[in-house]
Write a protein that binds this ligand. Structure first.
Ligand SMILES: Cc1cc2nc3c(=O)[nH]c(=O)nc-3n(C[C@H](O)[C@H](O)[C@H](O)COP(=O)(O)OP(=O)(O)OC[C@H]3O[C@@H](n4cnc5c(N)ncnc54)[C@H](O)[C@@H]3O)c2cc1C
Length: 585
């Protein structure tokens, strides 16, 4: 199997045509971040991914992390790769320079995340969780906590975790029971058990900083009584020797995929209680955790994208080499490579068109995150944040669900060799399976989309997006015959999405069960239309480049990809609309 190759050419197309990099350069602190600089970063990330992370991917699958007496040893080679990763400054790529980060736009770190996930998703989880912890602390911790933890989390000298789940509290975080007892000196002691904690324990760094949801003794019941705490594995206080905190990893899970990533049961407070500090204010923990979850949800979407790209790469390589039968039109005498058969071409095009659609949507959302964070004018910041909030469940839900289809198609392209473990393609399918479950299942993303993001504002954010899409449809109408199919299908699918949004707005206040029952099909409809929107913009840009005779082969393929997506994916919109509006059982 060839090692992972980062899709820098397609990323370049996205940077040059779909996101406005020059507008990002006008944001404070980003003046030097032009397309060339971003491409240099992506090339370097691609090298690290190919040389250091990708070769460990199968090793992680075959030699998972091991637990012994409370300690976890990661897969051989993991530690060296982690050291290269942090020495290269990759951990703090988009974190604040105030605490040692490189301060690059989220757009850039989103693209590098795709690269890490494509090369080795089990490895990439560790910095992903650290980034979530950094985001939450930057947003809501006191200056003292920021000083204490951010520099080392951003450099990667320490890693971060997210401790939400308990045996009785999975999707339902209102059921969290971990107790936080105030000590009268501003600190707390935690008692409770957390399960399924990614990289809760490992040997990559000397310290691990746990962000933990818990309840103070007189907290109100439900989500309104949850607070966020920070509990380090090793407590360091001025003038005192380092002290191991009262928290430990009781065991790690044996699981379907991402074997290289330790999934830990964490026991807090078997003795005096784990020393912890309150982040922000009491009882506002869930609100803060949403900051971390939004970052993590977006990044899990990027896991789906990275895995899809890797699956596409493997399937494309295999299909060019494997020979079976004589494809219609081939003259022989040699048997044809299977990528000459129309059905294999269809599978590869399903994979490539959806992968490119996801990459484009993710980039546009990441650029909106940057604008929402940095634009000098408040109304622009607000409008961009509205778009980001709307799109987070779509990026998470649609991209991870699509990665199930794409990794499965990669197995199909490999035939029997895909089903056996030898080629490594089955691992992608197993690794992808978790992405629709953690950080909120697809069902939970869909509830967020229809409830908080559509019904709550009577569909106004969704309609703003629909208006943008209609603007592109108008451009397609004047773009000539080559984009006719795309125009017709995108228009129909946008009409379908508009109807689905209207259904949510009208029905949610009176019969929310009906809306919830169709929420996952609606989320998929939303995702495929968003993908079609971006591929339509891609086709329009590619048409211009073709007219200017720039890289004709690449741009002709781009137009073909968008057309294929319209005929095979956007064409599903009417079925999804029916399912989205069918009501509850
Ligand atoms: C490998 C792995 C790593 C993980 N890493 C972490 C981590 O680092 N930190 C952490 O805190 N947690 C982590 N988790 C936990 C993960 O986030 C939860 O498993 C996930 O949120 C789902 O919770 P659950 O497993 O309890 O499933 P449940 O909540 O029991 O859900 C089961 C099914 O019921 C559906 N469902 C539940 N409630 C509703 C509802 N209200 N409406 C509609 N459908 C509903 C779900 O969609 C799902 O299909 C990890 C889990 C795994 C397996």
């Amino acid at each position: 199997m060839d090692e992972y190759a980062a899709p820098v050419r397609d990323m370049r197309f996205v940077l040059e045509n779909l996101v406005d990099v020059s507008a990002l350069q006008r944001l404070p602190g980003y003046d030097e971040v032009g397309v060339d600089l971003i491409l240099t970063v992506l090339d370097e990330a691609g090298k690290l991914a190919r040389q250091a992370l990708s070769p460990l991917n199968r090793k992680g699958d075959h030699q998972p992390a091991v637990w012994s007496e409370g300690y976890v040893t990661t897969t051989p080679g993991w530690k060296k790769a982690y050291t290269s990763f942090i020495e290269g400054g990759w951990n703090g790529l988009s974190s604040s320079p105030e605490f040692g980060g490189q301060g690059l736009p989220r757009l850039v770190s989103a693209m590098t995340s795709e690269i890490w996930n494509g090369a080795n998703v089990a490895f990439g989880l560790c910095p992903m969780l650290t980034l979530g912890a950094v985001d939450a602390l930057e947003w809501c911790a006191s200056d003292e906590l920021k000083e204490a933890y951010l520099p080392k989390l951003i450099s990667g000298e320490w890693t971060g975790t997210m401790n939400l789940t308990e045996p009785q509290a999975g999707s339902d975080l209102a059921a969290v029971r971990t107790r936080a007892i105030p000590q009268g000196d501003g600190s707390y002691r935690l008692h409770g058990q957390k399960i399924f904690i990614t990289y809760g324990e490992h040997d990559l760094t000397d310290n691990i900083i746990h962000l933990v949801l818990g309840r103070t003794p007189d907290a109100p019941p439900g989500v309104k009584g949850i607070s966020l705490f920070v509990a380090p594995k090793v407590v360091q206080r001025d003038g005192q020797p380092d002290q191991v905190n009262d928290l430990a990893c009781g065991s790690i899970e044996h699981k379907l995929g991402i074997h290289g990533s330790p999934t830990c049961t964490m026991d807090f407070g078997s003795g005096e209680g784990a020393l912890a500090y309150l982040v922000g204010e009491e009882n506002r923990g869930l609100e803060y955790m949403f900051v971390m979850m939004n970052s993590a949800r977006f990044n899990v979407g990027l896991q789906g994208l990275g895995l899809s790209q890797r699956a596409l790469q493997m399937a494309t390589e295999y299909a060019a080499e494997r020979r079976q039968g004589l494809a219609v039109g081939d003259s022989g005498p040699e048997r044809s490579p299977i990528d000459h058969h129309p059905d294999v071409q269809r599978m590869l095009a399903l994979m490539s068109s959806q992968t490119e659609a996801m990459r484009a949507v993710a980039a546009v959302v990441a650029a909106a995150m940057d604008t929402a964070a940095k634009h000098p004018e408040a109304p622009t910041r607000k409008a961009q944040q509205l778009f980001v909030d709307l799109m987070i469940p779509v990026v998470k839900g649609w991209m991870t669900e699509t990665s199930q289809d794409i990794t499965s198609l990669a197995v199909q392209v490999h035939g029997g060799m895909g089903y056996v473990e030898e080629t490594g393609v089955a691992q992608l399918m197993r690794d992808a399976r978790i992405t629709t479950i953690y950080e909120g299942t697809t069902g939970i993303q869909a509830l967020d989309l229809v409830g908080r993001k559509i019904a709550r504002d009577q569909g106004s954010a969704a309609r703003l997006l629909l208006a943008d899409i209609r603007g592109v449809i108008e451009l397609l109408a004047g773009a000539g015959d080559a984009l006719n199919d795309l125009h017709g299908r995108l228009e129909r699918a946008t009409d379908d999405l508009e109807q689905a949004v209207a259904f949510v707005v009208e029905r949610h206040p009176v019969r929310p069960r009906d809306v919830q029952a169709g929420s996952v099909p609606l989320l998929r409809l939303f995702g495929i239309v968003a993908g079609g929107w971006q591929l339509a913009r891609s086709a329009l840009a590619a048409q211009k480049s073709l007219q200017a005779e720039v890289d004709p082969e690449f741009h002709r393929r781009k137009i073909g990809t968008a057309r294929f997506y319209a005929l095979h994916i956007l064409a599903q919109s009417s079925g999804l609309l029916q399912a989205a509006t069918a009501g509850s059982l």
